[in-house]
Design a protein around this ligand. Structure first.
Ligand code: GLN
Length: 457
C-alpha cells in the first residue's frame, strides 16, 4: 500500500488513524533503541491527535489532505513542545516555543507529528555520526552509516517508523541518506519550501524537503510544503502544480535526459553498474538519453564549503550562551568547531577577496554551466553519492567525508530541485539514482520517479 492509497483508506474508515499510529509506535518501541532514528517521540500526543482526527472522520467533518499520516521531523526544525537540539549539546535543553511554517501546515492538514529525528550536529555532516546523541544505524545495511545529515529521517522511513519524514538539505542532506538507506528523498527548488523555523546551516543553500518510501508520499508532501511564505525573504511566489497529477506517468516519451561523463568517471564502479541499469530502464521508458559534460566538478566542493563555513559562522553567533543553551564553541563537536573557526577566519575583511568573493564567482560559473546543460535537456541523472556508505566508527579524514557530497552540492549551489530514488543494491547496500531538473521544474522529477515506480510493478 502506498501513501496515497493509505490516505484513501483512512478517509473511507477502512484504516483507523489510531491503528496507523499504534503500528508505528510498536515499530519504534521495538527498533529505535538500536537504530537511533528518533531522538524524541511523543506517543501520547500522537495518539491524542489520532483520536481527534478519527472523530472528525466519523462525524463527516472536513479533514486535511494529510489526515492521519504520521510524520518524523528532523530535530533542527522548530516544533512546539519538542526538543529542537539540532543534535548538539549546545541546544540540548532547547524546547521549541513555536511551529515552523511547514509544521503549521502539516498540523493544519491533519498530519500527525510523532517525534524528532536524529542528524549530524547542526546538520553539518554526511553520516549522522557527529550527532551528540550517537550515530543512526542504517536499517537497510546493518553496521553502516545511514548517511547524513538527515540520517534519522531516512532511517525512520527505511525502517517504517513513520509515513513521511522531513529533512533539510544544504549540500545533499536529504538525498545522501535517502540513497544510503534505499528510500526516496527530495530537495525542492530553492525558495519553494519556507525555511522559516529551520535552524540555518547555510541559508543561501538550505532547503527543507520530504523523504518517503514511495513517490506518492513525496508528491503529497510537496503539495503541502511548497507555498509562498512572507516570513521567509527567499520564498518563491510560485503557482506550483499538483504533484500527484504525475502519478499515472508510465512512460518518458518525448523527454530528453542527460547523463554526465564526469559524474560517471568519479563514481565507484559498483555504483556505476547499478546506475547504468537505471539509465537503460529510463531509455526503455521512451526517453532520449544523451551524454553531456560538466566542466567544473573540481570547483564544486571548495565553493560549497567556503560558502557553508562563512554562512554557518554567521548563523552560530546567536549561540553565545545568553539566549539559547550553551556557548556553542564550549560544547560543540569537532566538525562544527572546524566550520566556525574556518568561517571566522575567512570572514575577516582582509581575506574576503581571496576566499568568499572567489567562492561566489565560482558559484556563478557553476550556475551558468548548469543552465547551459538544461538548455537542451529536461533532466540530468546519475549517482546520488559517488561511494558506498562506510561502517559506523571507521575514521574518515574531513576531506574523505566531504567527498560524499560532490554530486549533491551542485543542486544547492544552483538552486535546482533534485531527488534520489533507489536504483538497486550492491551486496545488499542500497544505491540511489539522482534526478535533477531546472528550477521550478520539480514536477518533471516526480514524473520520472513515478514512471520508474510504475514500470517496476
Ligand atoms: N554534507 C554536507 C555538509 O556537511 C551537507 C549537509 C547538509 O546538506 N545539511 O555540509
Amino acid at each position: 500500500m502506498n501513501i496515497l492509497e493509505k490516505t484513501e483508506l483512512i478517509k473511507n474508515q477502512e484504516l483507523k488513524v489510531e491503528d496507523n499510529v499504534e503500528n508505528f509506535i510498536d515499530i519504534i518501541n521495538k527498533n529505535n533503541k538500536s537504530i537511533n532514528a528518533f531522538l524524541e517521540i511523543n506517543n501520547n500526543y500522537a495518539l491524542e491527535k489520532a483520536t481527534e482526527i478519527s472523530n472528525k472522520i466519523k462525524n463527516k467533518e472536513k479533514i486535511g489532505s494529510l489526515a492521519g499520516l504520521v510524520f518524523g521531523i528532523k530535530a533542527n526544525i522548530n516544533v512546539e513542545d519538542f526538543t529542537i537540539s539540532a543534535a548538539s549539546k549546545t541546544l540540548e535543553n532547547y524546547i521549541g516555543s513555536y511551529d515552523a511554517t511547514i509544521i503549521k501546515k502539516i498540523k493544519e492538514e491533519d498530519g500527525i507529528i510523532i517525534g524528532m529525528t536524529n542528524l549530524d550536529e547542526f546538520a553539518a555532516g554526511s553520516s549522522t555520526e557527529s550527532s551528540y546523541y550517537g550515530a543512526t544505524k542504517n536499517p537497510s545495511a546493518p553496521k553502516r552509516i545511514s548517511g547524513g545529515s538527515s540520517g534519522g529521517s531516512a532511517a525512520a522511513i527505511a525502517d517504517k517508523m513513520c509515513d513521511i519524514a522531513i529533512g533539510s538539505d544544504t549540500g545533499g542532506s536529504i538525498r545522501n541518506p535517502a540513497s544510503h538507506c534505499g528510500v526516496i528523498g527530495f530537495k525542492p527548488s530553492y525558495g519553494g519550501v519556507s525555511r522559516q523555523g529551520l535552524l540555518d546551516l547555510s541559508m543561501s543553500l538550505d532547503q527543507i524537503g520530504p523523504l518517503s518510501n514511495d513517490s506518492s508520499g513525496i508528491a503529497i508532501a510537496l503539495n503541502n510544503l511548497i507555498d509562498y511564505d512572507p516570513h521567509d525573504c527567499t520564498s518563491l511566489k510560485w503557482d506550483a502544480p499538483n504533484f500527484l497529477d504525475a502519478k499515472n506517468t508510465d512512460d518518458l516519451k518525448g523527454k530528453k535526459i542527460a547523463t554526465i561523463k564526469q559524474f560517471h568517471e568519479l563514481s565507484d564502479e559498483k555504483i556505476n553498474g547499478i546506475i547504468d541499469n537505471s539509465v537503460s530502464k529510463i531509455e526503455d521508458l521512451g526517453a532520449e538519453i544523451v551524454e553531456l559534460e560538466f566542466n567544473y566538478l573540481d570547483l564544486t566542493l571548495p565553493t560549497y564549503y567556503l560558502i557553508n563555513y562563512v554562512e554557518f559562522f554567521s548563523a552560530t553567533r546567536k549561540y553565545d550562551g545568553r539566549k539559547y543553551g550553551y556557548k556553542i564553541e564550549d560544547v560543540c563537536g569537532e566538525e562544527v568547531l572546524r566550520r566556525i573557526n574556518m568561517g571566522s577566519y575567512i570572514s575577516q575583511q582582509e581575506f574576503s577577496g581571496k576566499y568568499y568573493k572567489k567562492a561566489l564567482q565560482a558559484r556563478s560559473l557553476i550556475k551558468n554551466e548548469i543552465n547551459k546543460l538544461f538548455n537542451d535537456v529536461d533532466l540530468i541523472i546519475g549517482s546520488t553519492v559517488p561511494k558506498l556508505p562506510h561502517k559506523i566508527g571507521d575514521k574518515l579524514e574531513p576531506m574523505e567525508m566531504y567527498a560524499y557530497d560532490v554530486l549533491t552540492v551542485i543542486a544547492n549551489l544552483t538552486g535546482i530541485p533534485a531527488g534520489s530514488i533507489k536504483a538497486g543494491e550492491s551486496n545488499g547496500i542500497p544505491v540511489g539514482l539522482q534526478i535533477q531538473s531546472k528550477p521550478q521544474e520539480d514536477y518533471k522529477i516526480l514524473e520520472a520517479m513515478f514512471a520508474l515506480e510504475n514500470s517496476a510493478v
